[in-house]
Write a protein that binds this ligand. Structure first.
Ligand SMILES: C[S@@+](CC[C@H](N)C(=O)[O-])C[C@H]1O[C@@H](n2cnc3c(N)ncnc32)[C@H](O)[C@@H]1O
Length: 301
């Protein structure tokens, strides 16, 4: 850190410490300067230092301000680093607890990049994500594309638990009674199994856009997904919803069954042109495609 940056960080730290120990009103804290400083690569160190000088301060541990005050302070602080980055807790194993949903797959990163380059698809709309896994795509969309509401979903208990944690980690509330900041979406996490979900459950989401990443990895899963698409097409009360699915071509058969089933059901679909901006680290050589499927009830669906 350059000497002048170090000086700036030290005085910011002192300012937080003094205000917190004096239990000053939270809006009087230098949040704006903190936001600026957090753009530096050493931002996370500064956050840790602020924690040590406030809620974890020895004086505070013994004679701290009220729990309510400390909680409000922490929730404001937690929202700061989340800015335009996504923080995730995930497994290091590709398959663990009998599911593939505890890690982020390349198609999820690819779909997030595409969404960031095409925010208008999501802005002010209600999005339903199927098989959200760790939640990266949805969190990126919630932060960069201003949807009105975002429904993460998955079928697996452990995946759902991790997903809820990741939503909170990124500063979104799952409490239906918490007022939502202007420009922030209403976020929910739903237990939704494609083999069990009913048309009325799907209808209740009233999704304008449905998305999924890396969910065509075996034929049973593909057929279950097409069943859900057929139900969605039937239960759409609004005119149309679009379904965007991203998948990695792992063999020459990947996606073939899905396309055959889409055609058989009479769905219109097209391949979405690739985006240009690469933001996330993923396998350069892998071929990933995004299909857009129009969820309108047509002949045969
Ligand atoms: C390969 S992971 C992809 C996760 C995430 N979309 C990503 O790309 O990182 C597949 C996800 O689909 C979910 N899934 C598989 N079968 C499902 C079903 N029948 N109903 C709902 N979700 C299912 C799994 O729990 C898992 O989270």
């Amino acid at each position: 850190m350059a000497p002048e940056d170090h000086e700036g960080a030290t005085s910011l730290l002192q300012s937080f410490e003094r205000r917190f120990l004096a239990a000053r009103a939270l809006p009087s804290f230098p949040w704006q300067s903190l936001e600026e400083k957090l753009k530096d690569p050493s931002g996370s160190e500064l956050l840790l230092a602020i924690l040590q000088k406030t809620v974890k301060h020895p004086v505070c541990v013994q004679h701290g301000p009220s729990v309510k005050y400390a909680r409000c302070f922490l929730s404001k602080l937690i929202k700061k680093p989340s800015g335009n980055s996504v923080t995730l807790s995930e497994s290091t194993a590709i398959v663990s607890h009998g599911t593939t949903g505890l890690v982020t797959w390349d198609a999820a990163l690819y779909l997030a990049e595409w969404a960031i380059e095409n925010p208008a698809v999501f802005t002010n709309r209600t999005i339903l994500e199927l098989g959200s896994g760790a939640g990266l795509t949805g969190l990126a969309i919630c932060k960069a594309c201003y949807p009105r509401a975002y429904v993460f979903s998955d079928c697996h208990a452990q995946v759902l638990e991790q997903l809820r944690g990741n939503v909170l980690l990124n500063g979104f509330s799952l409490d239906p009674h918490t007022p939502i900041d202007a420009g922030s979406p209403k976020v929910t996490v739903a237990q939704l199994d494609w083999d069990e979900v009913t048309a009325s459950q799907l209808s209740a989401f009233q999704a304008d856009v449905v998305i999924a990443a890396d969910v065509l990895y075996c034929w049973e899963v593909t057929l279950s997904l097409v069943r859900v698409l057929k139900m969605l097409a039937h239960c759409q009360r609004k005119n149309t919803a679009d379904f965007y699915v991203a998948y990695t071509i792992r063999s020459q058969d990947t996606g073939k069954l899905f396309i055959t089933e889409l055609d058989r059901a009479g769905f219109s679909w097209e391949e979405v042109p690739p985006h240009t901006g690469k933001l996330f680290p993923y396998e350069e050589q892998s071929t990933i495609v995004i299909l857009k499927i129009m969820l309108t009830a047509r002949h045969g669906v």
